[in-house]
Design a binder for this molecule. Structure first.
Ligand code: NAD
Length: 367
C-alpha cells in the first residue's frame, strides 16, 4: 500500500529526531512492502524565518490530503520575544485546532531495563504502564479573552479556561473507550474544588460513568494529588483523562518515570480512530520541546519520535504489524544496553541520536 505523510521538522532538535523517526518508519514500511511518500513543510520558528508565518494555509491543506503528520517540536530563544505578533507554538496549536485533533494520547511505559536510570525509586515505578488522554483543542491554551492590557495601575493579563459540555463529553468518551480496551480503570483529573470548568467536567464524567460505562471503575482526583501519586505510586493508574494544561504538565512529570522526556511519544487524534479500527488523519510527535540547549550536539534521544512513528502506523495507517516491529526494535535496543546520554547512568557509554536511529532501524530490518 502507499501512504502520504506530512513531515514537519520544526526547530532545535526537531529535525534531528524526526530524521530518525522517518528512517525507522521507512525501514518498517519497506520490510512489509508499503511505500511512504514524504512531504516536508517548514513550521514554527523555521516557518517564521522562511515565510514570516509559523503555520501556512498550504501546510493545513497538505495535512488534509495526508494520511498522517509526523512532527518534531517548535520554538526556541530566537523567537521568544513576548511582544512578537507570531510565535512558533501557534503552529502546533493551530494544526490541532484546524484539523479538530482534540484527543492527545500519551502512553507512559517504563522499560524494565531503564528503571534504575529514573530519578524516581525503581520500586515505585516498576510495571508503571498508563495512557494519559489530554484534551488538546480547548481550555486555557485556546480560551478567549487571552490578552495583556495596559491599565492606569499597570498591566493586567488574562487567560480564560473555557470548556463546553460537548468538548468535555467527547474527550471523556475517548478516555472511557481506551480504558475499556485496557485494565478498565479511568482516573479523571481535575481541580473541582476551585474551577467551574472542573466541576462541570466531574459532573459529566460521573454521569457518563453511570449511564454508559458501568463496567469501568471511574475515580476523580485533584490535579495536585495526581502530581504526587504519579511519582509515589504510578502503577495505580491505567488511563488518566484530563484537560489541556493539566495533561501537558502531568505528562512532562511522567517523563521522569521513564528516565527522560525524550522517551515519550504522543498521538493527537480526532476521536474517530482511537479504537484503531478506523484509520484517519492524526498528528504524531514526541512530547518534548525543541531542547535548544542540546540542539546540534547529537545528544537528542530520538526514541520518543520513533515510538510516535509506531503510533502513527497503528492509528492512522492501519499497520499494526509495522507498529509492533518498531516497538519491539526499541525494546530490544534498550534491553541490549544502548543509551543516548539522557538515559545513560553515570559512567555508562552513550551513543548519538543518529547511532540510536541506526541501531533501531537495523533491528526493525532484522527482527
Ligand atoms: N510540542 C512542541 O513543539 C513543544 C513542546 C514543549 C516545549 N516546546 C518549546 O521548546 C522550547 C524549549 O522548551 P523547554 O526547554 O522548556 O522544554 P524541552 O522539552 O525542549 O526540554 C526540557 C529538557 O529536556 C531535555 N530534552 C528534551 N527532549 C529531549 C530529548 N529528545 N533527548 C534528550 N533530552 C531532551 C532538554 O535538553 C531540556 O534539558 C520552548 O521554545 C518551548 O516553547 C515545544
Amino acid at each position: 500500500m502507499e501512504f502520504n505523510i506530512l513531515v514537519l521538522d520544526g526547530d532545535g532538535i526537531g529535525p534531528e529526531v524526526v530524521a530518525q523517526g522517518v528512517r525507522v518508519l521507512s525501514t518498517a514500511g519497506k520490510r512489509l512492502g508499503h511505500r511512504f511518500n514524504y512531504t516536508y513543510h517548514a513550521i514554527g520558528g523555521a516557518g517564521i524565518d522562511t515565510y514570516g508565518n509559523p503555520l501556512r494555509n498550504e501546510t493545513i491543506e497538505e495535512a488534509k490530503k495526508s494520511n498522517a503528520i509526523l512532527v518534531g517540536a517548535v520554538g526556541g530563544p530566537k523567537w521568544d520575544d513576548p511582544k512578537a505578533a507570531v510565535r512558533p507554538e501557534q503552529a502546533i496549536l493551530g494544526l490541532r485546532k484546524a484539523l479538530d485533533l482534540f484527543a492527545n494520547l500519551r502512553p507512559v511505559k517504563v522499560f524494565p531495563s531503564l528503571k534504575s536510570a529514573s530519578a524516581v525509586k525503581p520500586a515505585n515505578i516498576a510495571k508503571a504502564d498508563m495512557v494519559v488522554v489530554r484534551e488538546s483543542t480547548g481550555g486555557l491554551y485556546f480560551g478567549e479573552p487571552k490578552q495583556i492590557t495596559e491599565t492606569p495601575s499597570g498591566r493586567t493579563a488574562v487567560d480564560s479556561m473555557v470548556y463546553s459540555e460537548e468538548e468535555i463529553r467527547r474527550i471523556l468518551k475517548v478516555g472511557f473507550e481506551i480504558a475499556k480496551s485496557r485494565r478498565k480503570k479511568l482516573t479523571s483529573v481535575d481541580k473541582a474544588n476551585v474551577l467551574a470548568t472542573s466541576r462541570l467536567w466531574r459532573d459529566i464524567a460521573t454521569e457518563m460513568g453511570h449511564r454508559e460505562y458501568p463496567d469501568i471503575a471511574l475515580d476523580h482526583i485533584l490535579v495536585d494529588t495526581a502530581s504526587i501519586l504519579l511519582i509515589k505510586n504510578p502503577r495505580q493508574f491505567d488511563v488518566i483523562v484530563t484537560e489541556n494544561t493539566f495533561g501537558d504538565i502531568l505528562t512532562d512529570e511522567a517523563g521522569v518515570l521513564t528516565a527522560s522526556l525524550g522517551m515519550l511519544p504522543s498521538a493527537t487524534l480526532s476521536g474517530s480512530n482511537t479504537d484503531k479500527q478506523n484509520s484517519s488523519l492524526g498528528l504524531y510527535e514526541p512530547i518534548h520541546g525543541s531542547a535548544p540547549d542540546i540542539a546540534g550536539t547529537g545528544k537528542a534521544n530520538p526514541i520518543g519520535t520513533i515510538l510516535s512513528a509506531a503510533l502513527l502506523c497503528d492509528y492512522s495507517l492501519g499497520l499494526p504489524k509495522a507498529a509492533k516491529m518498531i516497538n519491539r526494535a526499541v525494546e530490544t535496543v534498550i534491553r541490549e544496553g544502548h543509551r543516548t546520554s539522557d538515559i545513560a547512568r553515570l559512567g555508562q557509554t552513550s551513543i548519538s541520536t543518529e547511532e540510536m536511529g541506526d541501531l533501531i532501524a537495523q533491528k526493525v530490518d532484522s527482527l
